[in-house]
Design a protein around this ligand. Structure first.
Ligand code: FAD
Length: 456
C-alpha cells in the first residue's frame, strides 16, 4: 500500500484521501472491524478506473463503501485493504419523463432518488428503512429488497443499465435505457447482487413508474399464524393488483418496536399474537380508499382479522411505518443476531417453533423477535444472544440455518452474504453453483482485489 499511497494522493488530491479513517457503519450490528488505514473518495468514474488500474497492478485489495447500511459485514476491512467510498459520486444526471428513466451516479442516496422521481411526478419503486443512508449503488450491489417487493420486485427489477469499473480499470458502460433489450448477454445482471466482488458500480439507469399518490395504510391484528397467509391472499384479490406492502409483525417485535418516547401510545392497545402492516397504492384517492376499506371489512367479516387501525393522514401512515422500521428498538435485547431468512410461507410456523425450542433447550436463549416481508417469503428473526462470544453466535446460526436446506429456504433473502454468512452459503447453494460463482470471480478479478474474502 505504501508503494502507491503517493500516486493515489496525486490522483485524487488531498481531499480525496483520508488517512486512518474513523468509520461508523449504521448496519454494523455485529461489530465487524473497519481496520483500513486508507480511505479514498473519488469524484468521477475516471478516478475510480485509475485507482483500480493502479491497485490491480500492485495486487492491492479494495473494499467498496456505499452508505454503510449493509448488515452482513460486506464493507468491513482489514489492515492491508484500501476502502473506496463512493459518496462523492452524487449527480442525478438526467430524468427522462417520457421514457420513465433516471440516470444517476452510484453514490446518490436512495431517498434522494425517490424524491427526485417524485419531483418529476414519477415514482421509484424501491424502499427500505435505511433509505436515508443507503446509496443506490449499494442497493444495486446487494440487490436490495425492502417494502414493495411484493408489487415491484427487488432492486434488480428497477435497473435498466449500469456503468461498472472492472478490477483492471476497464470502464464497462452498459447504460441501456430500454425495457426490452435482448442483444446478447444482459451483462448488468452479473453485477447486481455481487456485493462489490465483481466490479464497482459507478452509474445506473433506473426504471421509474407512474406516480401512485393515493396511499392507504392499515395495521391489523390476528390471532392465528395461518390467518396471515390467508389474509394476504384475500387482500391481494380484493385490491386487484394495488397491494404494495404486506409486512408481518409478531407480537415479540411489536412489543419492542412500540416502545420509545418518539412513538406515543401503540396504535392497537390490546396485545395480539400477530399483526400485518398493509398498504395499497394507486392513482385515484377516493376510489382507492373505498376499495381498501371494503377489503379490510370483508377480512373482518371472514374472521381473518380481529382488530385494525386505518391511517387517516400521511402523518398516521408514517407513524405506522415507524413501528415496522424501528429496528433500533432491538437494542433492548442486544447483543443480537439479525437473521434474514427465506422459506415457504407454509413452513414458517413449524420452523419458528422448532428454532424457539432448540434455542431454549440447547443454549437457554428465549429473547426472539420476528417480523418480515411475509408476501416475499422473507422473515427477519432477531435472536438475543446474551453474549458476544463467537462460538455462541455460530451455535445460534447453526440452529437457524441448518433446517433451511430441507425446506428449500435461503440463508439470505435480501441482505446478501458478505462476511457474516459465507460459512453457511452451502445451505442455500450447491457445489456446482458455488464453483460457477468462483469461476466468475476469477474471470472478472483474477488478482482477487475486489472485496476479497466476501461471499465465499
Ligand atoms: C434500518 C435498516 C433497514 C434495512 N432494511 C432493508 C430492507 O428492507 N431490505 C434490504 O434488502 N436491505 C435492508 N437493509 C440493509 C441495507 O440497507 C441494504 O443492504 C442496502 O442496499 C445497502 O446499501 P449501502 O449503500 O448502505 O451499501 P453498503 O453497506 O455500503 O455496501 C453493501 C455491499 O455492497 C457493496 N457496494 C456498495 N456500493 C457499491 C458499488 N457502488 N459498487 C459495487 N459494490 C458496492 C459493498 O462493498 C458491500 O459489499 C437495511 C439496513 C438498515 C440499517
Amino acid at each position: 500500500m505504501d508503494l502507491i499511497r503517493e500516486q493515489l494522493i496525486a490522483l485524487l488530491g488531498p481531499s480525496g484521501v483520508v488517512e486512518a479513517p474513523r468509520i461508523s457503519a449504521v448496519g454494523n450490528w455485529r461489530g465487524h472491524p473497519y481496520n483500513s488505514p486508507l480511505l479514498l473518495r473519488p469524484e468521477t468514474t475516471e478516478q475510480v478506473a485509475a485507482i483500480l488500474r493502479l491497485c490491480n497492478q500492485h495486487q492491492q485489495a479494495v473494499v467498496v463503501h456505499g452508505g454503510l447500511s449493509g448488515m452482513v459485514g460486506g464493507t468491513s476491512s482489514g489492515e492491508d485493504e484500501i476502502c473506496l467510498n463512493l459518496e462523492r459520486l452524487q449527480k442525478i444526471e438526467s430524468i427522462d419523463k417520457l421514457g420513465r428513466t433516471m440516470t444517476v451516479e452510484s453514490g446518490v442516496r436512495l431517498q434522494a432518488v425517490q424524491e427526485a422521481a417524485a419531483a418529476a411526478e414519477l415514482f421509484f419503486a424501491l424502499d427500505l428503512g435505511a433509505r436515508g443512508s443507503a446509496t443506490i449503488g449499494g442497493n444495486i450491489a446487494t440487490n436490495a429488497g425492502g417494502n414493495q417487493v411484493i408489487r415491484y420486485g427487488m432492486a434488480r427489477e428497477q435497473v435498466l443499465g449500469l456503468e461498472v469499473v472492472l478490477a483492471d480499470g476497464t470502464i464497462l458502460s452498459s447504460l441501456n435505457h430500454l425495457l426490452k433489450n435482448n442483444a446478447g448477454y444482459d451483462l448488468k445482471q452479473l453485477f447486481i447482487g455481487s456485493e462489490g466482488t465483481l466490479g464497482i458500480i459507478t452509474k445506473a439507469v433506473l426504471r421509474l413508474r407512474p406516480a401512485m399518490p393515493a396511499r392507504n395504510t392499515a395495521l391489523v391484528a390476528t390471532d392465528q399464524f395461518d390467518k396471515l397467509p390467508r389474509l394476504l391472499s384475500h387482500i391481494e384479490s380484493a385490491l386487484g393488483g394495488k397491494l404494495s406492502a404486506f409486512e408481518a409483525i409478531w407480537d415479540s417485535y411489536y412489543q419492542l418496536a412500540t416502545q420509545g418516547p418518539h412513538l406515543g401510545a401503540p396504535p392497537l392497545a390490546q396485545r395480539h399474537p400477530y399483526y400485518a402492516l398493509i398498504e395499497s397504492s394507486g392513482s385515484d384517492a377516493e376510489s382507492e380508499a373505498e376499495v381498501f376499506l371494503a377489503a379490510l371489512e370483508s377480512a373482518l367479516n371472514a374472521d381473518l382479522i380481529q382488530d385494525a387501525v386505518l391511517a387517516k393522514s400521511e402523518k398516521e401512515q408514517d407513524a405506522l411505518w415507524a413501528i415496522r422500521d424501528n429496528i433500533d428498538a432491538l437494542a433492548a435485547i442486544a447483543p443480537v443476531i439479525i437473521f434474514d431468512v427465506g422459506l415457504p410461507i407454509g413452513a414458517m410456523e413449524a420452523y419458528l417453533k422448532h428454532i424457539e425450542t432448540e434455542l431454549k433447550s440447547q443454549l437457554g436463549l428465549n429473547k426472539i423477535a420476528v417480523f418480515g416481508h411475509l408476501g416475499d417469503s422473507n422473515l427477519h428473526i432477531v435472536v438475543g444472544t446474551e453474549s458476544e462470544d463467537l462460538d455462541i453466535y455460530h451455535r445460534v446460526e447453526d440452529i437457524l440455518y441448518a433446517p433451511l436446506q430441507a425446506l428449500g429456504g435461503s440463508i439470505s433473502a435480501e441482505h446478501g452474504i458478505g462476511l457474516e454468512k459465507k460459512r453457511y452459503l452451502h445451505y442455500s447453494r450447491n457445489a456446482e453453483e458455488i464453483a460457477t460463482m468462483a469461476l466468475l470471480k476469477r474471470t472478472f478479478d483474477p488478482n482477487n482485489i475486489l472485496n476479497p474474502g466476501k461471499i465465499f
